[in-house]
Design a protein around this ligand. Structure first.
Ligand code: ADP
Ligand code: MG
Length: 360
């Protein structure tokens, strides 16, 4: 059991600052997901926590004690890699026991840990096999088993499911979440997949270019993104953005105006807007409704209609040329070229200023 604190953590490779300055608190027992596009520094951050990469400056504290200069093996953390990193010439049992034998652990204790872990992961039947005789999902389980037998204070996972097919990913996602429920350890899970982040995390840390953009529970980020990046990254399919400006600003509200779309009256947000200030209006596909083919609403011309059976996704253009996606529940008949009217849900829109910060 352990909490983790990152203080002014920096990583610079040569002259390239990959992690400028990260500050983060992780509570004991939390399942935290680091999510962000490829190359944003997720692995670097995780490897610094693991001790596989030295921090250029700043501190890492586990249970209040600095470990930034502690060797990886003595930090009480254990990492599961995307590549599994199993020893091909060893059996599953040997892969599990190897690290423990190396530190001179008692044989009976090693056996107890292997039994516990293989029962938990349902790999008891596989202990005599070699990695080449296992499926991708089984290999990943063994890799997780190798972390579990070390009984670490903190588990680290670096994109552990990326090499699995879509169906297996869903199964393993559930297994890792259940593992967390049963073990109760602090876990940090890195992924570029926002659905993994949404479905697994107690707390999501959204990273961009080594900078934390927002930290929060999945639905906090979904409902109240602090900026346009988080708004566009969290949620699938992604949020639509329509550029326009704020007009007729009063103490109580203003209009969102975009060419060809008319005016939409909005209440005042957390931060003030100025008359004629350029803003970006954000609306998720599920918060736009087709309201018919005439009357109120934005003109929308359908370019592609995707029928998923339970839902219909309409790709198309607004009158100002903005490409948007509309999610229509159920089976909705529409074809290329159809002209429809769509309305944003009046309680579900977002607004961003030209610095991409949320106004409302
Ligand atoms: P992510 O895991 O989010 O995809 P990484 O942490 O692997 O991103 O990489 C972040 C950035 O740091 C990338 O631009 C990458 O090229 C750079 N980087 C990673 N490791 C090294 C290294 N050993 N030397 C130089 N640059 C590196
Ligand atoms: Mg990575």
């Amino acid at each position: 059991m352990a909490n983790l604190k990152l203080e002014n953590l920096n990583k610079t490779f040569g002259t390239v600052e990959v992690i400028p300055n990260v500050n983060l608190d992780i509570e004991d027992g939390e399942f935290v997901v680091f999510v962000g596009p490829s190359g944003c520094g997720k692995s670097t951050l995780l490897r610094m926590i693991a001790g596989l990469e030295t921090a250029s400056s700043g501190d890492i504290l586990i249970d209040g004690e600095s470990v930034v200069r502690t060797p990886a093996a003595d930090r009480g953390v254990s990492m599961v890699f995307q590549s599994y990193a199993l020893y091909p010439h060893m059996t599953v049992r040997q892969n599990l026991s190897f690290g423990l034998e190396n530190i001179g652990m008692d044989k009976a204790e090693i056996e107890r840990r292997i039994q516990d872990a293989s029962k938990l992961l349902q790999i008891n039947e596989l202990l005599k096999r070699r990695p080449t005789q296992l499926s991708g999902g089984q290999r990943q389980r063994v890799a997780i088993g190798r972390s579990i037998v070390r009984e670490p204070k903190i588990f680290l996972f670096d994109e552990p499911l990326s090499n699995l097919d879509a169906e297996l990913r869903v199964v393993m996602r559930f297994e890792i979440s259940s593992l967390h429920e049963r073990l109760g350890n602090t876990m940090i899970y890195v992924t570029h997949d926002q659905i993994e982040a949404m479905t697994m995390a107690d707390k999501i840390v959204v990273l961009r270019k080594g900078v934390i953009e927002q930290v929060g529970a999945p639905l906090e980020l979904y409902n109240k993104p602090d900026n346009k990046f988080v708004a566009g990254f969290i949620g699938s399919p992604r949020m639509n953005f329509v550029d326009g400006k704020a007009t007729s600003v009063t103490a109580d509200g203003f209009n969102f105006s975009a060419e060809g779309l008319g005016d939409l009256a909005l209440p005042r947000g957390q931060r003030p807007v100025e008359d004629n200030q350029p803003v970006s209006f954000g609306i998720r596909p599920e918060d736009l409704k087709v309201v018919g083919d005439e009357g109120e609403g934005w003109d929308f011309s359908v370019s592609v209609s995707e029928q998923h059976g339970r839902d219909t996704y309409l790709h198309g253009l607004l009158a100002d040329g903005t490409e948007i996606l509309v999610h229509q529940p159920g089976q909705f008949a529409a074809k290329r070229g159809d002209m429809l009217k769509v309305m944003p849900d009046e309680n579900a829109w977002h607004l961003f200023d030209s610095d991409e910060l949320a106004i409302v």
